[in-house]
Ligand binder design. Structure first.
Ligand SMILES: O=C(O)C(=O)C[C@H](O)C(=O)CO
Ligand SMILES: [Zn+2]
Length: 279
């Protein structure tokens, strides 16, 4: 088996308040997502979203089921959103070879039996993925950046000028509950998702990349009136329960992938907090 998996339990916001650095990192930070020729994944009990990474270097890597799922194939009861965060490469979905360029996305629906990730010719291959329980089979679809719903937010003056590309959202592709996108900070801008928000009906995971190796993002989480922070490095992810804000400030600009699952597919269903009310 080429898969390493672990489980993250859901945390009560009152308990969260007592957590120190080590516990916060243990429960919310996901490190080491890319290990040579393997799938690394975390099964969360936040809407049962799976956060994973695949790093095929010199051999193809198959997405295999694992004991927690108790299903014959990974996607027997799930859907999958993949985003390529390195060189252009290919993924085979039930025998069909699909080219996935850098930052392009691939939605794979429930019922697909075989997903195989292939190394890029230069060996620089990293696929990030999220998977959520699914109750309907929707077709597999590749989504290019040009097909994404794109919005520009923020300003250089407020250090938060960024481009949000909603690649896997219901205006672009049919999904059961998964939504994913790529947000790029412009040079000189370091703040994502400010004003910060929560969305009670969906959990979220943020995955940071294109962050220089010697730089970090200070990611904020917790209820808006009582926040905590985690320092995050390149290729690391942070879980955000529905009651938590998710926002970060980097020591440089960077890119991140957001992925959500839960009660609805309404990206705009979020409660924004005035910056001056955060504590
Ligand atoms: O920079 C941002 O703002 C975001 O990318 C926000 C995410 O899309 C998000 O949190 C959606 O709920
Ligand atoms: Zn959000």
């Amino acid at each position: 088996m080429n898969t390493t998996h672990s489980t993250r339990h859901a945390i009560h916001p009152e308990d969260f308040k007592s957590y120190g650095t080590e516990k916060l990192r243990e429960h919310f930070l996901i490190e080491n997502l890319f290990q040579k020729n393997s799938v690394q994944l975390v099964y969360t009990l936040y809407d049962r979203l799976i956060v994973g990474g695949v790093n095929p270097v010199d051999q193809s890597v198959k997405l295999e089921t694992f004991p927690t799922l108790r299903s014959e194939n990974f996607l027997d009861r799930r859907e999958l959103g993949i985003i390529n965060v390195a060189s252009p490469s290919t993924v085979t979905v039930d025998g069909e070879v699909i080219e996935v360029g850098t930052k392009e996305a691939l939605y794979v629906g429930k019922g697909v039996k075989e997903v195989i990730f292939h190394p890029a010719p230069n060996g620089e291959t990293r696929f990030y993925f999220n998977s959520a329980p699914a109750h309907q089979a929707y077709p597999t679809k590749k989504v290019s950046l040009a097909e994404a719903e794109t919005v520009e937010l923020g300003s250089l003056e407020n250090s938060n000028h960024r481009t949000i590309r909603k690649v896997l959202i219901n205006a672009v592709v049919d999904t059961c509950q998964l939504q994913m996108g790529v947000t790029e900070l412009q040079p000189g801008s370091v703040w994502n998702t400010m004003p910060a928000h929560t969305h009670d009906r969906r959990m979220e995971a943020y995955f940071y990349f294109e962050l220089p190796e010697d730089q970090v993002v200070c990611h904020f989480l917790g209820e808006p009136q009582e926040t905590r922070h985690i320092f995050v490095k390149n290729y690391e992810a942070v879980l955000s329960p529905p009651w938590s804000i998710h926002s970060g400030a980097g020591t440089s600009n960077y890119t991140f992938i957001w992925g959500m699952a839960g009660e609805n597919l309404d990206y705009n269903d979020m409660d924004k907090f005035p910056i001056t009310d955060l504590k």
